[in-house]
Design a protein around this ligand. Structure first.
Ligand SMILES: C[S@@+](CC[C@H](N)C(=O)[O-])C[C@H]1O[C@@H](n2cnc3c(N)ncnc32)[C@H](O)[C@@H]1O
Length: 263
């Protein structure tokens, strides 16, 4: 499915869209580093049953090569993202991709996915819980869901996102200069995590993604677990992503009962 769902966006989500369109233009990464502990197990199970995998907030399909390496055919992967730039790029590579706001996803359908993966995306929407409910709606009975969100107990996003609100609120027109003071911080951080420095466009992309993004909600594992259990899912595992053992993103994996209907 193609087309554009941008006309119904709130002003804040339209700002998020603009930002991630810019992010897609300057970011040069293609594959994600293996930082998410649960990702392989559910993807392998999805591949074993030739299931349909939906990646919500997929960006340019950072995980799509990995899914295929684990046995999910390209035709079984669907990406959903707010950014037109990301979706167009996926279409040009022959992927199925849908432009939609994950807090609505009316155009995506219900009970379509054997596995829903939302890594690092639901918490930058206006309402993380609402986006989670939409993801749950996509799950087929017997399907699984993996959600990764910023950890509320880690100081990183309090420092990098919450304290920098004046930049986002008053300084957007100077954005090209603002990322310079963060150069040192992000370069040191990247060197510790990955043993290399970022190039200039990737540095700018990280700045957009982590400082300028309008929303960055922080959540605990307990909160996400309660969303999953309240909506009738069985939690299969919770944990943290080990970016340099820093626990700044948490992960929750859950399954939907085989006899359950949509909510
Ligand atoms: C940091 S990237 C994460 C990409 C990828 N999932 C990963 O694991 O690296 C966040 C993505 O969420 C998307 N996004 C932000 N708000 C969204 C929304 N309301 N609906 C759908 N996608 C959204 C952005 O366009 C961006 O591609």
């Amino acid at each position: 499915m193609s087309g554009d769902d941008s006309t119904n966006l709130s002003a804040a989500t339209a700002r998020t869209k603009k930002l991630f369109d810019a992010y897609e233009v300057c970011n040069q990464q293609q594959n994600r580093y293996p930082e998410y502990p649960f990702i392989d197990e559910p993807v392998r199970r999805c591949a074993a049953k030739n299931g349909m995998l939906y990646d919500i907030g997929c960006g340019r399909g950072y995980w799509f090569n990995h899914y295929q390496e684990l046995g999910v055919p390209k035709a079984n992967i669907t990406g959903v993202d707010l950014s037109d730039a990301a979706v167009s790029r996926l279409h040009s590579q022959g992927y199925r991709a849908i432009q939609a706001d994950s807090t609505k996803m009316d155009r995506v359908g219900s009970e379509v996915a054997d596995l829903v993966i939302a890594t690092g995306s639901l918490m930058v929407t206006e309402d993380t819980h609402q986006a989670f409910k939409q993801c749950r709606r996509l799950m087929k009975p017997g399907g699984e869901i993996l959600v990764n969100l910023y950890n509320i107990y880690h100081p990183y996003f309090w420092f990098i996102h919450k304290l920098t609100w004046p930049l986002r609120t008053y300084g957007e027109k100077w954005v090209r200069y603002w990322w310079l003071p963060f150069l040192f911080f992000f370069q040191v951080q990247n060197y510790i995590r990955r043993g290399c420095f970022l190039n200039r466009p990737d540095l700018e992309a990280v700045f957009y993604d982590q400082v300028m993004v309008p929303f960055a909600h922080l959540h605990s594992v307990r909160e996400v677990r309660s969303w999953m259990e309240e909506s009738g899912l069985t939690v299969l595992g919770t944990g943290y992503n080990l970016w340099g053992s820093m626990f700044w993103v948490n992960g929750c994996l859950a399954a939907k009962p085989a006899t359950d209907g949509p909510r």
